[in-house]
Write a protein that binds this ligand. Structure first.
Ligand code: GLU
Length: 451
């Protein structure tokens, strides 16, 4: 019988959730879901100087936004096992007792000794082979310095345990079966393997994921565009688009459709399909995924996200009938824009008819002296329509263009700018239908009257 899979995401609270970290979390989540295993979240916060509640919250809210739910929390009181469910995470800062016990164990076994107030690990003098599920067998020869003195510090003289020690102790205590993490940790892994063996256990299986680089091949740093998950939240990407894109950054399998949700892809997620080459982050591709997922989104959710985006931009929709708000948002859905841009596409629905704000360039282009009498006529025809809907509006506008011997655009553009303030926006006939007879009449009349 195989041992149930237990994986973990173990971020240090650095103040932001890096896209590489988000992808590591995602791969762990996918593997846990694919195997019916457990996904543990562990905050590696032993470095007190860098710790803050905000830094932890950034990680938690980023993971929640992506929908990467963790499965258990720490033991509480006399509960006879970790608590299941969306509780937790584990915090290393709360596990000092465990580290002290494990340090004593190493001392007792002769694997650790004190020197200058610090606790040192008696490192093996043999080269270590790391069997890695992605990278293959990695042999890490000792550096010249390590040949002379391979021992390293477990607990510093100020009492703070170092990353390698707590990381291994926790993986051991938490029964982690697979360590899936960024390739930047491969160089630490010999130390980790040696430590596991000193505790008398075989290390977990390792899968080191290639890094995510910028398009130009440089390392992604905090300031690079797209490096922080919060930037996707702020720019109004759909989390499902980010998930879809991140899944494909360093993982690929045969016959996987381009668009998928994490639930759909989880059954297909094998560690052996993780690529060996570094991935390159391409914001254009992410935008493409956003576009596709947005167009497929359940209308109710699109409306809700649209309303939130407008509110962030200071546009309140609460005073309008819910059916109007929904219909207005939905005219923008097929455009697949980032939610940050949504106010540009739908703000005009929520202003007074005499307060439409005109984009100066659009106004100069479309609301010309020749256009104004045309708008006057168009307004009259629209007012006379028995049914005010996209089809009848389109037919009327086109018929008038033919009658007046002008191009359709000579009516479309002034009408659009008069009603919305801009040359770009949702499909004209649909937006007119949603605005409704009265608002359209007032907006056209306002412009015509200015002539
Ligand atoms: N705290 C480490 C980091 O954020 C985790 C390393 C690991 O996953 O083992 O890089």
């Amino acid at each position: 019988m195989s041992v149930p899979v237990r994986v973990r995401f173990a971020p240090s609270p650095t103040g932001y959730l890096h896209v590489g970290g988000a992808r590591t979390a995602l791969f762990n989540w996918l593997y846990a879901r694919r195997t019916g295993g457990t996904f543990v979240l562990r905050i590696e916060d032993t470095d007190n100087a860098r710790n803050s509640q905000e830094a932890v919250d950034v990680i938690l809210s980023g993971l929640r936004w992506l929908g990467l739910d963790w499965d258990e929390g720490p033991l509480t009181g006399d509960a006879n096992g970790p608590v299941k469910g969306n509780v937790g995470p584990y915090f290393q800062s709360q596990r000092g007792e465990i580290y002290r016990r494990r340090a004593d164990e190493l001392k007792t076994k002769g694997h650790a000794y004190e020197k200058d107030g610090a606790l040192f690990f008696r490192m093996t003098r043999e080269p270590i082979t790391i069997p890695d599920l992605v990278v293959g067998d990695v042999v890490r020869p000792l550096t010249d310095r390590e040949v002379l003195d391979p021992d390293w510090v477990l607990i510093r003289s100020d009492g703070v345990p170092v990353f390698h020690f707590v990381n291994v102790v926790d993986d051991l205590e938490m029964g982690i079966t697979h360590v899936i993490r960024g390739e930047d940790h491969l160089s630490n892994t010999a130390k980790h393997v040696a430590l596991f063996r000193a505790f008398g256990v075989e290390p977990p299986k390792y899968a080191h994921i290639p890094l995510i680089l910028n398009l130009d091949g440089s390392k992604m740093s905090k300031r690079d565009q797209g490096a922080s998950v919060q930037s996707y939240v702020d720019d109004g990407y759909l989390p499902e688009a980010v998930i879809n894109y991140l899944s494909l950054l360093g993982w690929s399998a045969k016959d996987v459709p381009e668009l998928f949700t994490k639930e759909e892809i989880a059954p297909r997620f094998e560690l052996s399909d993780i690529n060996r080459a570094n991935a390159r982050f391409d914001l254009k591709k992410l935008e493409h995924f956003h576009f596709e997922h947005t167009r497929k989104l359940e209308p109710k959710r699109f409306v809700q996200l649209g309303v939130e985006a407008l509110l962030k931009a200071g546009i309140h929709t609460a005073g309008f009938p819910p059916s109007y708000v929904a219909a207005a948002q939905l005219t923008a859905q097929e455009k697949g824009k980032l939610f940050k841009e949504l106010p540009i596409w739908t703000d005009f629905y929520f202003v007074d008819d005499d307060a439409v704000v005109f984009d100066p360039e659009s106004k100069a282009k479309a609301l010309t002296p020749t256009a104004l009498p045309l708008l006057q006529k168009l307004g009259e025809r629209f007012a006379a329509l028995p049914e005010f809907n996209a089809a009848s509006l389109e037919a009327t506008l086109k018929a008038l263009a033919t009658e007046l011997g002008v191009k359709v655009g000579a009516l479309v553009q002034p009408c659009r700018v008069a009603c919305t303030g801009r040359l770009v926006g949702p499909s004209l006939y649909h937006l007119l239908e949603v605005l409704g007879r009265e608002k359209v009449a007032k907006r056209l009349a306002r412009i015509a009257a200015a002539s």
